[in-house]
Design a protein around this ligand. Structure first.
Ligand code: 3H9
Length: 702
């Protein structure tokens, strides 16, 4: 059995300490220890109260997530809670650190709660596709009311000790030794003869919510907006409704258990728990051990203060790391730094930041036009024009000024890191740090290792990702790295499908329905159709050489339809709106283009649209794995969910592929290969092998 609970007595108080490193989840040994400890304390006449705390940095991190979907040993968590509920002796939770999910629910089953100021409490189950299934949906509304309970449970976000006290979740904040504070609190209760206070018996607060159906209406509306396509929120709302309307605690608990079981058996739960472990897995790099020395990043240099450079600078400023940003001239510098300031000002207008915080962040930013000013930086990131020759030149200049030991990084989205490294005499210091736009918002950081990048530089870069509140995924150095390499097939298929019969609006609609935040044509409008068009013109490309999938976009640009930037692209954007409207003129252009290319249009259903857009991700994903560009399938899942908006509830493209059945996918890919040919539909050998062996991508996880 995993984990244990230590039992000791301190005078007339029994102290139970949960010990299951590193974060004390409620594994089988913990549940057994909790049950035994409470029973022992109840049987000892010398014990008058019980204090429950956690060893190390956590109180209890919740149920043991790795046990979900399998057969669990030992008593259930509900058995433990029933034993606690039946206790005639007061139980005090001394919340020393993280109390999440089932951990907070255990604390809510205690009769009193004291908390350390820095201890976060939360019910993050919704993020795992679950609901608080150990009484949380029944006890919390009885304690703090349905409205606040719904906010707390549906957000899944933690709050620190003092806020928990304010909300009524904790009775007292203890500065200093939390165990001593818990014992003192217990002794006070004994001395005052305070009753055992069970939240299950409280009915006054929920009774007040009984005639307020608007609370639940508002929760439904907000979760439909914020958590599109999620299954768990509605289950949570039904449970809290039961806490308010059913009245009887045990009946409410039965409803909670039914709803919990529905969530547990839902594919979204499996996908989201896959994501939880995947997020931790991507930090592990087989040939870069965890104890690889890293260097501290105390100062950053960023070259270029355009959209990317500005966003990257903000990522550093947001975590208190000073940045020197370089531009070609003072005009460009003023413009770029002005945009950073404006972005922060918008945060102030939206009430997300104070003026003082903006001033503090801006005070960490300095601008320069002189490479020499980057000499103090621990990391220098170039974020300039995406052209290998320009970047190679930039690396020569960076190397000339960078201090020994500095990391020399490129924010390229797919160019050759080794060519940049070769321009320097310290290729071991060169690495790709590919941020996603807007860089201060997007969570993904693709860290790209060159052939000679040192392990220390890789370890430091991965750690830097965490410092910047990003999720860093290591990629090998190959065109497009992981993300953009997979994306190429997706966008190309979208372009082909509209020439063969679908409209851009149908393609976008099918992908939105699948759960993408926007379709490929909405994305093109957002990025700007003119970027590719101008690049092709600049390269002197003849019209007949333009790839057929770019022909419609180029025609739109000739009509000065550049996308959202001038309110007309594939969609028409009414002034001031980002919600585009379909335009029959575009459909006509698409149809004309098909006819010019001699393509006979046909009806294409949404199922085909999805398969043709999504299966190239899987096929190319298999190649990326075979080539060793991505370490594990879950690395691709993390990249796609955090960088490209792939719906989180699918678990990412590779996890989703396993769930669809790799044999079904291969069968369709073979069919598309026969019909359309081309590299994109050539089945990846790894995919063929897995199907032949009856295996899944998950089997490669190790
Ligand atoms: C629940 O409680 C359901 C109940 O309502 C109903 C039940 C009937 N289980 O994140 P870290 C592992 S649902 C198993 O790197 P940090 C984690 O995988 C649960 N393992 O540390 C990692 O392993 P490894 C609700 C867990 O300090 C190691 O611990 N609870 C669990 O950055 C260290 O984790 C949650 O959703 C777990 N519950 O962050 C809380 N938690 O080293 C989920 C962690 O092998 N956990 N591990 O890679 C967290 O949010 C963070 O882990 C925490 C620590 C904030 C606790």
């Amino acid at each position: 059995m995993k984990g244990t609970v230590h039992y000791e007595t301190r005078g007339n108080v029994a102290l139970l300490t949960i010990d299951n490193p590193p974060v004390n989840p409620l594994s089988s040994g913990v549940r057994q220890g909790l049950s035994d400890g409470i029973t022992q304390a109840l049987g000892d006449d010398a014990v008058q109260a019980i204090v429950l705390t956690g060893a190390g940095r956590a109180f209890i991190a919740g149920a043991d997530i790795s046990e979900f979907g399998g057969k669990a040993e030992g008593p259930s968590l509900h058995d433990c809670l029933n034993t606690m509920d039946a206790s005639s002796k007061p139980i005090v939770a001394a919340i020393n650190g993280t109390a999440f999910g089932g951990g907070l629910e255990v604390a809510l089953c205690c009769h009193y709660r004291v908390i350390a100021p820095a201890a976060p409490v939360g019910l993050p189950e919704v993020k795992l596709g679950l609901l608080p299934g150990a009484g949380g949906t029944q006890r919390l509304p009885r304690l703090i009311g349905a409205e606040k309970a719904l906010d707390f449970i549906l957000s899944g976000d933690p709050i620190p000790g003092p806020q928990a006290r304010e909300l009524g979740i904790a009775d007292e904040v203890v500065e200093g030794d939390i165990v001593a504070g818990g014992i003192a609190f217990a002794q006070n209760i004994i001395a005052q003869g305070s009753p055992v206070r069970r939240i299950r018996d409280e009915s006054e607060v929920v009774a007040r919510d009984r005639d307020r159906p608007e609370i639940f209406e508002a929760a439904r509306k907000s979760s439909a907006r914020r958590m599109r396509k999620r299954f768990a929120p509605e289950m949570i709302i039904q449970c809290v409704e039961a806490a308010v309307n059913v009245g009887d605690f045990d009946a409410g608990m039965r409803i909670e258990q039914e709803c919990f079981a529905k969530c547990l058996n839902h594919p979204q739960r499996e996908a989201l728990i896959h994501m939880f472990f995947a997020e931790r897995e991507v930090a592990k790099i087989p040939d870069v051990p965890r104890d690889t020395p890293t260097q501290e990043i105390k100062q950053a240099g960023v070259i270029g203060c355009g959209t990317m450079g500005g966003g990257i600078s903000m990522s550093f400023l947001n975590v208190g790391i000073p940045v020197t940003v370089l531009e070609v001239d003072s005009e460009a510098l003023d413009r770029g730094m002005g945009v950073i300031k404006r972005n922060y000002d918008i945060q102030v207008q939206r009430g997300r930041m104070s003026e003082a915080e903006v001033n503090q962040r801006m005070s960490l930013l300095s601008g320069t036009t002189d490479y020499g000013d980057l000499g103090g930086a621990d990391v220098i990131i170039e974020a300039i024009y995406e052209n290998i020759d320009v970047k190679v030149e930039a690396f020569k200049k960076i190397e000339a000024v960078a201090k020994p030991g500095a990391i020399l990084a490129s924010n390229t989205s797919g160019l050759d890191i080794d060519r940049m490294a070769a321009a320097t005499s310290r290729p071991e210091a060169v690495i790709g740090l590919h941020f996603f736009s807007p860089a201060n918002v997007m969570r993904l950081l693709e860290v790209v290792r060159g052939e000679k990048t040192s392990k220390e530089v890789i370890a430091t870069s991965m750690k830097l990702g965490k410092t910047l509140n990003k999720i860093a995924v290591l990629s090998g150095n190959a065109p497009g790295f992981i993300g953009n390499r997979l994306l190429a097939g997706y966008t190309r298929q979208a372009g082909e499908i509209i020439l063969q019969g679908a409209t851009p609006y149908q393609v976008d609609g099918a992908l939105l329905q699948f759960g993408m935040p926007m379709g490929p044509f909405q994305m093109n409008d957002l990025v700007g159709l003119d970027l590719g068009w101008r690049a092709r013109k600049l390269a002197g490309m003849k019209p007949e050489d333009v790839p057929i999938t770019a022909r419609v976009a180029d025609k739109l640009c000739e009509l000065e339809r550049f996308g959202q930037k001038n309110n007309r692209g594939y969609y028409i954007y009414p002034e001031g709106s980002r919600a585009g409207q379909a335009d029959p003129e575009v459909v006509k252009i698409v149809e004309e283009t098909s006819s010019e290319l001699g393509i006979t249009r046909r009806d294409i259903d949404d199922d085909e649209v999805l398969k043709r857009c999504l299966y190239p991700l899987i096929n190319e994903g298999a190649r990326v794995l075979e080539d060793g560009i991505a370490i594990r399938p879950c690395d691709i899942d993390i990249v796609y969910i955090n960088g490209y908006g792939f719906p989180e509830v699918t678990g990412g493209p590779m996890f989703w592929a396993d769930q669809q059945g790799l044999d079904n996918i291969l069968h369709d890919i073979e069919g598309f290969s026969e019909e359309y040919g081309g590299d994109i539909w050539k089945p990846a050998p790894l995919l063929e092998r897995l199907v032949a062996q009856g295996k899944t991508f998950a089997s490669l996880q190790g």
